[in-house]
Write a protein that binds this ligand. Structure first.
Ligand code: WT7
Length: 633
């Protein structure tokens, strides 16, 4: 495939950027011409950020899977679409060509239909990283069902909350999932979640680990039975440009995760455009994104971006350190990976094993490296550059969010300059602004402020499922006429952007977004807990760790048993990813006279900053601050 819209020089970048800002509709309709439409659009863009309402390519009809599969069959039919590498290196890898993937998607789409799934129904997908996860996602898109993938690390309770919020009709899961040395009993967790979700009609189960499962007659069916005797052709449903494609839950500053909604046309174009340009994808290259499909990174850069571009995408079932810390490098050599896209937390974790796992690894197939999910510290950046890229591979530091659908600020590999710890420049179509507390735009370079975007791009979220007002309040109400990202940011003398981290009550732990309120809610469910406050603190590998201050109803219970009990409660309510790294028992929390917890103080103490914690005279009980300082872990 060729990509006429691939930017090949710095000069071209500046030119395209300028065009995209001066005349966005002409710019994006030019890009859209490169896709397959059942019917073209009447209007490129309608928008206002007050409702908010954003509509791209109104009137157009398409199916994203025709763009990801059908249109490639003639020329790329026998090329690998998905290369799958199992958790255990002793097991055979699998390769699915575009033809095979097309057949399997159609077949499973027919199986979904036979089970009653219709256009607009919500399908929750809770599976490990196997090709059938990608097949399930694409099969939903094929028939116009809205997929909502839930990461395999979330607990039964988290799943149940999401099922209820999205009013999910159908579930696709596995018996279990292999992840490192663990075997996660996915179906058992689904069974527990479904105790409170009787509205779910069917559960389709793919057999992966062969762990025994209980199948509820009438509700639960096996994937392998359902795909027997069904056709491997399935006409793609006709979708409106603005029909929902998927819902993906993400944490915010309130206790309840929100269902970010992306729609068909705009998301497709954004995932594809950013993939082709940021990674400078060239035909036949192998693209290895190490994220899980349970996160937006997997949606956009394992499935939709690469497949819509006719690329070969490598999907890995396991974790970077199993069976040893050389696993990524072994996979890279085995499949001659060209592009490696991973998270700073993975780099830091692998760095901690030294260069021994790199011995006898070649890595010469690598051409481009990428990072995503959190700010990358300079040390990790240089380690990646020297030990993995051998100083020959451009590194793209890609800033974006679940809500943005795809990459927003990043250098383009080898085309625009990189600068360690800077995401650098906005992609065409992205208009970043920095604002002060009052919402005034800070103009000029060498500035810092809260990062907002002042014009819609095709991949912007359209709503939060079932609660549009929440979408407005969260993203469009803080500053007039701006999309607010929740991130702090600075702009250097050359206009490069550097993301400094969240400015709201959201933590970024190992690149995973976790709301402090969610963790507090979970901790408070432990019977011995009266109240808690959670903040982040700098963590060498995770980027941010979770520090919990907890008040017990009986202070004599301040034992490790209680600590473990709290950790278990959090694991049960949210999942292991939200377990606090530190739990400090306290007799009180610093509160203002109106009862508001002064998180600023707690954050300073958790960071080890004991001197300049600011004014404490307005506190209800200033003495509690001394006690907390003395008990710091
Ligand atoms: C938050 C979004 C984007 C997919 C993975 C995370 C942080 C993301 C970077 C980066 C600095 C980054 C931001 C953002 N973030 N990429 N390159 N440099 N920070 O998606 O869970 O929606 O989290 O991750 O704080 O707001 P997410």
């Amino acid at each position: 495939m060729s990509y006429p819209y691939q930017i090949r020089s710095l000069e071209q970048y500046h030119h395209q950027y300028k065009q995209s800002i001066e005349d966005p509709e002409t710019f994006w309709s030019g890009i859209a011409e490169n896709f397959y439409w059942q019917k073209k659009w009447d209007k490129v863009l309608n928008w206002n950020f007050t409702e908010p309402s954003v509509k791209w390519f109104s009137g157009a009809k398409l199916n994203i899977t025709e763009n990801c599969l059908d249109r490639h069959l003639d020329i790329l039919g026998d090329q690998p679409a998905i290369i799958w590498e199992p958790n255990n290196p002793a097991e055979q890898n699998r390769i699915l060509t575009y033809k095979e993937l097309h057949q399997r998607v159609c077949r499973f789409a027919n199986a979904l239909k036979n089970n009653g799934v219709k256009k607009g129904d919500r399908v929750c997908i809770y599976m490990g990283m196997i090709p059938e996860l990608a097949i399930a996602v694409l099969a939903c898109a094929r028939i116009g069902a809205i997929h909502s993938v839930v990461f395999g690390g979330f607990s039964a309770q988290s799943i149940s909350d999401r099922l209820q919020d999205a009013k999910v009709d159908y579930i696709v899961t596995c018996d279990g999932a292999f992840r490192g040395a663990k075997d996660i009993p996915l179906k058992k967790i689904i069974d527990e979640a479904l105790l409170s979700c009787a509205f779910v009609k069917k559960v389709i189960v793919y057999e992966r680990t062969k762990i025994p499962v209980v199948m509820q007659p009438g509700r639960d069916v096996w994937w392998h039975d359902e795909i027997k005797n069904v056709s491997d052709e399935c006409a793609a449903e006709t979708m409106d440009a603005e029909d929902m494609l998927f819902i993906l839950y993400t944490s915010g500053s309130t206790g309840k995760p929100k269902g970010v909604v992306h729609t068909c046309a705009g998301y497709m174009i954004w995932a594809n455009y950013t993939f082709v340009n940021v990674f400078q994808y060239q035909s036949k290259q192998i693209h290895f994104c190490t994220a899980d499909i349970g996160w937006i990174t997997g949606h956009s850069y394992i499935i939709y971006g690469p497949l819509s571009a006719g690329a070969t995408t490598l999907m890995f079932e396991g974790i970077p350190t199993y069976p040893d810390a050389g696993r990524f490098w072994e996979i890279t050599d085995k499949h001659k990976v060209d592009i490696l896209y991973t998270a700073p937390t993975a780099i830091r974790s692998l760095m901690s094993y030294g260069t021994q796992p790199l011995q006898n690894k070649d890595l010469s197939s690598l051409k481009i490296l990428g990072t995503v999910g959190e700010p990358i510290n300079e040390e990790a950046w240089h380690w990646y550059d020297e030990n993995i890229g051998h100083k020959k591979c451009p590194i793209v530091d890609t800033w974006w969010q679940t809500e943005t659908g795809g990459i927003m600020i990043s250098n383009l590999a080898g085309v625009t300059p990189s600068k360690p710890s800077y995401a650098t420049l906005p992609l065409p179509g992205v208009q970043p602004v920095l604002v002060d507390e009052k919402g005034n735009e800070i103009e000029g370079n060498d500035a810092s402020g809260n990062l907002c975007i002042k014009f819609p791009w095709p991949g912007i979220l359209r709503t939060t499922y079932g609660d549009h007002e929440r979408c407005r309040l969260n993203y469009f109400a803080t500053y007039n006429n701006l999309y607010f990202t929740g991130d702090g940011c600075l702009r250097d003398a050359d206009g490069n952007y550097r993301i400094t981290g969240r400015v709201d009550d959201v933590l970024n732990v190992s690149g995973h977004r976790i709301g402090t309120a969610e963790v507090e809610n979970a901790i408070n469910m432990h019977s011995g807990v009266v109240e808690s406050a959670v903040v982040g603190f700098p963590h060498d590998i995770k980027g941010q760790g979770i520090y919990a201050y907890v008040i017990l109803s009986n202070s004599a219970d301040n034992t490790d048993t209680t600590r473990n009990g709290i950790l278990q409660t959090v694991t049960k309510v949210i999942g292991a990813i939200a377990k606090p790294d530190k739990i400090q028992f306290v007799s009180g929390l610093p509160k203002t006279r109106s009862g508001k917890i002064m998180r600023r103080i707690l954050r300073k103490i958790a960071e080890g900053e004991m001197q300049n914690i600011g004014d404490t005279t307005t506190l209800l009980d200033p003495a509690v601050v001394e006690e907390i300082k003395n008990g710091k872990l």
